[in-house]
Design a binder for this molecule. Structure first.
Ligand SMILES: C[S@@+](CC[C@H](N)C(=O)[O-])C[C@H]1O[C@@H](n2cnc3c(N)ncnc32)[C@H](O)[C@@H]1O
Length: 441
């Protein structure tokens, strides 16, 4: 029988929607909003902490609860902090700057515990949270719009497609913030009316910029962009029209290198990289330490440009598998140049996961899937026709605690044991959380 969906009591909502109500916030929920109760209804109030007494106004409905806007904090709860960013409240990038460091850390670990508990996994193996400091983010995707040459450039506003004209951002490396104003001037000169995005990555050669916009470039456009690459001292500049999949190279003044395990790689324009070098090192160090006892080949699945393959190759030969051609080409070129024992394979691991037979030669496996997780791949890892063959150590890296817990459940049911799970806060002040789980069988 289907479980009846509990709807907020309509009468309660009507009654309170036009007036201010007082609420006691009981906890911060899994999505980062404070949770209170009103006449038997759950009420979600953004920008509040446990213990706050607030004045709020009911605004709508979410799932089987109500949503309310914070009007005033009447009595602050413990764990409240003053937000450090002038855009806080409007910008969708950070939603939790009103939590102090301790409250933030305990909330993030709590969210991971909650997802593990929902999958029937205890949190005995949960390691303390590793926090990556703000101001270190090396990669950002900015949205931009130009109206009559007036450019708005920044992040999307909270729950909206509107763009916040970013003046400051305590999360970003200051070198990224310094590019915002020159980029605004450039886009205003290039595009009178239009919109798009701009991905900037800080590399050893300088900023690597990929602009996406509808405009078809003419000679003037290309010259304007090339001049910008000079004045902003970029490593590379590419322009891409949406839907074409082709990034036109405009300038390549220096190689846009990043280093993984000491080996230089030049990622393709706009490639996925871990958001900060600090976060990437924390994850890679954990993965390498956990797999250090491995004697034999390692499979690195969802390998990207090789952020784990390259540090891992000092332990043994690595087979890197990835769905996108361009990042894997970058990794392949770097490995060949350095003479490293890394083989590469393009493969869609959702449709064609490595089977138990494919996995038989490997002693250890690393998985770092996108937010959707690695359902098909963990199902294969959980099957093991011959107990003498296949990996007996696994490191699972994830940016989504919900799919991580789901996938861990499948592995545990398939005979794997969870040895440790380490939350890594690469996304300070947001509800996102990275984690590395180590398993053995
Ligand atoms: C979270 S990123 C991790 C990349 C890399 N490990 C790193 O740390 O930079 C996930 C990677 O999985 C790849 N990917 C996404 N879906 C995939 C699929 N179905 N099959 C194979 N790779 C996929 C993406 O292209 C991306 O490189």
């Amino acid at each position: 029988m289907r479980k009846p969906v509990r709807r907020p009591r309509a009468a309660a909502k009507r009654q309170v929607s036009s007036r201010l109500i007082e609420l006691e916030i009981e906890q911060v929920g899994a999505q980062g909003d404070g949770v209170a109760r009103l006449d038997g209804n759950v009420v979600f109030v953004p920008f509040t902490v446990a213990g706050d007494r607030v004045l709020a106004r009911i605004e709508g409905q979410r799932g089987d609860g109500l949503t309310a806007a914070l009007v005033e904090v009447q009595r602050p709860g413990p764990g409240r902090a003053d937000p450090v960013c002038p855009h806080f409240g409007r910008c969708g990038g950070c939603t939790l700057q009103h939590l102090d460091q301790a409250a933030h850390a305990s909330w993030k670990s709590g969210v991971l515990s909650l997802h593990l508990a929902r999958a029937g996994i205890g949190d005995e193996m949960l390691a303390p949270l590793v926090s990556v400091p703000p101001g270190t983010r090396r990669r950002a995707v900015f949205a931009w719009t130009s109206r009559r040459g007036e450019v708005t450039l920044g992040f999307n506003a909270r729950a909206s497609h509107a763009v916040i004209n970013l003046e400051a951002c305590p999360l970003l490396d200051p070198a990224l913030v310094a590019l915002l104003e020159p980029l605004r001037v450039l886009l205003g000169a290039m595009v009178r009316d239009g919109s798009g995005d701009a991905t900037v990555t800080l590399t050893e050669g300088g900023p690597d910029l990929l602009i996406e916009g509808e405009a078809r470039l003419d000679l003037f456009g290309r010259e304007t962009l090339a001049r910008f690459a000079e004045t902003a001292d970029l490593a590379r500049l590419h322009w891409r029209r949406p839907g074409t999949g082709f990034a036109e190279p405009i300038a390549r003044r220096r190689p846009a290198l990043v280093r993984f395990g000491g080996v230089a790689v030049e990622p393709p324009p706009g490639a996925f990289l871990q958001p900060s070098p600090e976060g990437e090192r924390a994850i890679a160090d954990r993965v390498v330490a956990a797999l250090a006892e491995t004697s034999g080949p390692i499979a690195d699945l969802y390998a990207g440009c090789g952020s784990f393959s390259l540090p891992l190759v000092r332990l043994g030969a690595v087979h890197a598998v990835e769905g996108e051609v361009a990042p894997l080409d970058s990794l392949g070129a770097a490995a060949r140049a350095a003479g490293l024992a890394i083989t590469t394979e393009i493969r869609d691991l959702a449709r064609r996961p490595l089977t138990a037979v494919d996995l038989a030669p490997y002693r250890a496996v690393v998985l770092d899937p996108p937010r959707a997780g690695a359902a098909a791949q963990v199902a294969e890892l959980a099957r093991r026709p011959d107990a003498r063959k296949g990996p007996d150590l696994a490191a699972m890296v994830s940016c989504n605690p919900a799919t991580l817990a789901r996938d861990l459940r499948v592995l545990i049911d398939g005979g794997w044991t969870l040895i440790q799970i380490m939350p890594i806060d690469q996304f300070p002040w947001s509800a996102h959380l990275e984690a590395v789980a180590i398993l053995r069988r």
